[in-house]
Design a protein around this ligand. Structure first.
Ligand code: GRF
Length: 190
């Protein structure tokens, strides 16, 4: 059984979707959710889903606390689902090629520090792009620069708003992310 830890800083709709997807999987389980925000809605979702959810202050992601916990619980893979902190070198070294992130745009455009949530959608609309989409990628020491393993796109309409685009992107994320995680982990382990 491969064990996943999900890191999330916000609402956690992706985290919830991933938890539900793997409930009946015999090879992969969601061991816990970790957040860096005391009031993140993902904590409520985790309670309802009956999944262990732990809050850590920012510093603990850079000293050994979070890494020690991940080792102790024998976590195999980390999934970043709306997680806003840069992952530490130590965690990246320990989980070499075993951390996946989802980004709400078509990288390499619209990535990097500050490019998260609605900031991304706003910039995409200001630049009058005809398409946006999602990118699922491996995580390295730089924001949004690891190898891309999957992308899906959507059209941007003339009357598109930040909210309507955010909704389209969330639908793509919910549709594809769990499957991509499953395939990546199962192939990795072969
Ligand atoms: C998603 O759009 C994800 O791509 C981005 O943050 C958002 C998180 O949404 N990194 P949610 O918290 O899973 O609802």
């Amino acid at each position: 059984m491969k064990k996943i830890a999900i890191f999330a800083s916000g609402s956690g709709s992706n985290a919830e979707n991933i938890v539900n997807y793997f409930l009946s999987n015999e090879n992969i389980s969601i061991d816990l959710i970790i957040t860096n925000k005391k009031d993140a809605y993902v904590i409520e979702r985790a309670k309802k889903l009956n999944v262990n959810c732990l809050y850590f202050i920012k510093e603990d992601f850079y000293n050994s606390k979070v890494l020690d916990l991940l080792k102790e619980r024998q976590i195999d893979f980390i999934i970043l689902a709306g997680f806003l902190l840069l992952i530490s070198k130590d965690i990246i070294a320990h989980f070499n090629n075993k951390i996946l992130n989802i980004h709400p745009a078509l990288l390499p455009k619209y990535g990097g520090k500050g490019m998260f949530g609605n900031n991304v959608h706003k910039t995409v609309l200001v630049n009058k792009e005809e398409k946006s989409g999602i990118s699922i990628h491996l995580v390295n020491e730089k924001y949004d620069e690891g190898s891309i393993i999957f992308q899906a796109d959507c059209d941007i309409n003339a009357d598109e708003t930040i909210q309507s685009l955010a909704q389209k992107i969330h639908s793509l994320e919910h549709k594809y992310f769990p499957d991509i995680i499953k395939n990546y982990i199962l192939n990795f382990s072969l």
